[in-house]
Design a protein. Structure first.
Length: 136
C-alpha cells in the first residue's frame, strides 16, 4: 500500500506536469526515466527520491516545498512516527489539486495565466475574473 505522502506528492507532480503542458513521456525524457516510471511516481506506487524531486521541481518550475504544500500531519502522528491509515490521509488547502477535481478549462486558464509576466496585467486579469464572478 502506498504511503499517503507518496500519493500526495504524486498528485502534485501530475498536477504541475499538466499545468506545464508536458506529457508523461516528455517529463520522463527530461529526467531520464521511462514514462511508466512517471506513472508510478504519480500514483504514489514508487517513491520519489530527493534528487529526483529536485529535478522535477527544476523542470516544472516550482519550489521543492510545492510538492508538500497542503499536506497536514496531526502532531500526535509526528510524536509516534506513524501516519493514519484509515480515512482521509491528509487535509489539503489545495483540494482541487490533491483530489484531481480540476477540469480542462481550469488547466488551460492556469497555463495561459502563467505566461503573463507583467504583474499589472495579471492583477487586471484577476480583477476582471472577480468582477465576472460578482455578476453571475
Amino acid at each position: 500500500m502506498p504511503h499517503p505522502v507518496d500519493v500526495f506528492v504524486g498528485k502534485k507532480l501530475r498536477y504541475q506536469r499538466n499545468v506545464q503542458g508536458l506529457s508523461q513521456q516528455e517529463l520522463a525524457q527530461k529526467v531520464g526515466v521511462t514514462f511508466q516510471q512517471i506513472q508510478k511516481y504519480e500514483r504514489g506506487t514508487n517513491r520519489v527520491s530527493s534528487s529526483r524531486l529536485f529535478e522535477f521541481a527544476t523542470i516544472l518550475e516550482v519550489a521543492i516545498d510545492f510538492f508538500f504544500r497542503g499536506y497536514h500531519v496531526d502532531a500526535s502522528e509526528l510524536a509516534t512516527g506513524g501516519f493514519a491509515e484509515a480515512g482521509e490521509p491528509y487535509q489539503s488547502e489545495e483540494k482541487t489539486i490533491a483530489n484531481d477535481e480540476f477540469d480542462r478549462d481550469t488547466l488551460a486558464l492556469i497555463q495561459v495565466f502563467q505566461k503573463v509576466k507583467d504583474p499589472n496585467v495579471r492583477q487586471r486579469i484577476l480583477g476582471l475574473l472577480r468582477s465576472l464572478m460578482d455578476e453571475s
